[in-house]
Design a protein around this ligand. Structure first.
Ligand code: ADP
Length: 460
């Protein structure tokens, strides 16, 4: 690896439908931005092609300007360019209104809209004589890139391009994914454990020889308690106790919770079956019963689930008004304050391809309590159970884990965490310091991606 990877700058083009912070729905958006930045920092060239949604958060795009237009698919496509987190982004705006619908997902014709976008993006590369080394596509929404490229563009001057396809969540659009797996040169998913968990899936199994699990990282500049405008006091691991105390007080004040030194459990999540909703609810009750405070920030794409949580919020807020808040919305600034102000962040997922929440939590010195599945298993090592496994990977134990997706499982991890907080505070504070110092950035995984890019390129 080493030598070649460092010497030859490559040109990588991501074709994606999410990108943090301007069009982020979940972890996919974070990964597109932070992986690109890490690869760019290793002296490679990266461009991103994204739909120009009407709901883009343009205040985070620098030097935004009209670039050119072209015609394809029976419509004019306007192309805009700008910089997002320092990355070059081309925005495609087809004049057929496909991306003027007020949202990223959630239209009846998402597959048609994104299929159109994928083909339009390849056409843009073709018409403008881009010669990238790698085209990287993501999940079902840009999976069509893999086969459209091989069917329509491989024999043009784009013939030297390697295609890499990353599965962020197999749950979505598995039937698209199987076809992309057939056509792509290399495929990845976002953690080694998840890659094993899905290896028997009929979309994956025939292609296992080109399928790799690479853990996601987080961008340490985007998630940085020393430089975060949403928290009251900057802190590094040395001042984790002071920094988190100030953040907890600010959080309590902002949400109208009792200002007191109590164990505070945070949950930041999409509210879907995958994320273990019944386990979150149980953990809320258990934490309240043990005298703690709880802040949940989450929103449900499914209106039944959202209503269910609204009812739960009403009930809990009247029973324990100064100890629990359910904030049922998407709120990035508030998420920063919770990551900093919580003692624990709970991620009780039924399955979890990688999970970024636990990684961000650790960066802010919040102790993760997670179910041992997928990427959660690869990144959280139980303080009692996983010492050897942690050491084998160069880490110290960093959290509390449980195995079974039931209330007993949650209790097992949560009770130990809360007891430690009450009875062994120095040890607990030291754990916060240790986890803050762990490196869950892209430093390691970006090198794995580069190795894979080189391998994909060789196949062409
Ligand atoms: P997924 O992609 O399955 O939703 P991840 O753990 O990979 O889960 O990524 C979730 C990301 O979305 C994290 O950056 C988390 O902080 C953020 N997030 C989730 N829900 C909310 C919310 N309601 N408000 C703000 N940020 C949220």
């Amino acid at each position: 690896l080493g030598g070649t990877v460092k010497e030859m700058p490559m040109h990588i083009v991501h074709i994606a439908v999410e990108m943090a912070p301007i069009a982020k729905v979940g972890g996919l958006g974070d990964v597109v931005t932070s992986l690109s930045r890490a690869v760019r920092d290793l002296n490679h060239n990266v461009d991103i092609i994204l739909p120009k949604y009407d709901c883009l958060n343009l205040s985070n795009v620098k030097d935004f300007h009209y670039h050119k237009n072209y015609f394809w698919g029976g419509t004019e496509i306007k192309v805009w360019h700008g910089k997002v987190e320092g990355l070059s982004v081309f925005f495609l705006e087809p004049q057929n209104g496909f991306f003027h619908v007020g949202c990223v997902y959630g239209c009846g014709n998402d597959a048609e809209r994104f299929g159109f976008f994928c083909h339009a993006a390849l056409e843009f590369l073709h018409q403008n004589e881009f010669h990238p080394d790698i085209i990287h596509c993501h999940d079902w929404s840009s999976a069509p890139v893999a086969w459209l490229f091989k069917e329509h563009y491989k024999h043009h001057h784009l013939s030297k391009v390697g295609v890499v396809f990353t599965i962020h969540n197999l749950e979505f659009g598995a039937h698209f994914i199987g076809k992309a797996m057939t056509y792509t040169d290399k495929a990845t998913t976002v953690s080694p454990t998840y890659s094993k968990e899905v290896s028997g899936n009929p979309a994956i199994a025939p292609h296992i020889h080109k399928f790799h699990g690479i853990i996601n990282g987080i961008d340490p500049d985007i998630w940085d308690p020393y430089n975060d405008k949403f928290i009251p006091v900057s802190y590094t691991s040395k001042y984790v106790v002071e920094g988190k105390k100030a953040a907890k007080e600010a959080l309590q004040k902002r949400l109208g919770l009792k200002k007191a030194d109590l164990p505070l459990l945070g949950v930041i999540s999409r509210l879907t079956h995958q994320k273990g909703i019944h386990l979150m609810k149980h953990a809320i009750y258990r934490t309240l019963e043990r005298g703690g405070q709880v802040v949940l920030l989450g929103s449900a794409p499914d209106s039944c689930i959202q209503n269910d949580f609204v009812n739960l919020a009403n009930q809990l807020h009247s029973q324990h008004h100064d100890r629990v808040r359910l904030c049922l919305m998407y709120d990035e600034p508030l998420s920063h304050l919770i990551y900093a102000g919580a003692d624990f962040i709970l991620v009780p997922s039924i399955f979890e391809p990688c999970g970024l929440t636990q990684l961000i939590a650790m960066r802010y010195g919040s102790v993760p309590i997670v179910r041992k599945t997928g990427g959660l298993c690869d990144t959280v090592f139980d303080v009692e159970r996983d010492r050897d496994r942690a050491h084998a990977q160069g880490f110290e134990p960093n959290g509390f884990t449980f195995d079974e997706a039931d209330v007993k499982g949650v209790d097992y991890a949560l009770n130990r965490a809360i007891v430690t907080w009450y009875e062994n505070r120095d040890w607990f504070n030291n754990l916060c310091k240790t986890i803050m110092e762990q490196d869950w950035s892209w430093n390691r995984p970006a090198l794995d991606y580069l190795e894979l890019y080189h391998a994909a390129r060789k196949l062409t």
